[in-house]
Design a protein around this ligand. Structure first.
Ligand code: SAH
Length: 182
């Protein structure tokens, strides 16, 4: 995280706030997550070099850039076209061009590149999306906040072991909701 320039991922008028341990607005009613939470979720994902990792909720692209330091196979999906476009531009401009971005409803994951060793969800659904579990490799980890919108959610780490999902309750978090395309 020390080598990823967080100020490049926030609006220019927020750049002086970029190295505080706080979430910041990135437009469209969305936020770039607090660095502590980015660190916690990244650590829980236990990414090894060469792992295929899927992020749901590209937002600014910052979390994807942090993942790209750890592996060369990062895929990230964003539902809002404007944010998807801007994050793709930012990632390219800063040299994270290997990160593959898509503008789609991440509830369905990104089947084309599955299975994944890690899936990180940075917007909160009220249940665990079955397509994401299906796209997780045996031994793969998923880090996901689950709970009601506008309140606190539970951060879970799910691990696929012998086809079953083992879940660990990590802590309480507050994420924007995972929205669905109308
Ligand atoms: N990881 C981001 C922060 C994510 S904020 C970063 O590092 O900046 C949550 C993001 O999830 C928002 O950009 C929101 O538009 C997006 N999102 C919400 N629902 C989604 C869905 N169904 N599929 C993909 N992205 C979604």
């Amino acid at each position: 995280m020390r080598i990823v320039p967080r100020h490049e991922f926030v609006p220019r008028d927020q750049a002086d706030q970029a190295y505080g341990d706080r979430a910041l607005p990135i437009g469209e009613g969305q936020t770039i997550s607090q660095p502590y939470i980015v660190a916690l979720m990244t650590e829980l994902l236990n990414v090894q070099p060469g792992d295929a990792v899927l992020e749901i909720g590209t937002g600014s692209g910052y979390q994807a850039a942090v993942l790209a330091v750890l592996t060369d196979q990062v895929y990230t999906v964003e539902i809002l076209p404007k944010l998807a476009r801007r994050a793709a531009e930012t990632l390219d401009r800063l040299g994270y061009a290997r990160v593959q971005t898509a503008n789609a409803d991440g509830y369905f994951g990104w089947a084309e590149h599955a299975p994944y060793d890690g899936i990180i969800v940075t917007a909160a659904p009220d249940h665990i999306p079955a397509p994401l579990v299906a796209q997780l490799r045996e031994g793969g980890r998923m880090v996901i906040p689950v709970g009601p919108p506008g309140s606190y959610q539970t951060l879970w780490r799910l691990t696929k072991q012998q086809g079953k999902v083992v879940s660990e309750n990590i802590t309480d978090v507050a994420f924007v909701p995972l929205v669905r395309k109308p």
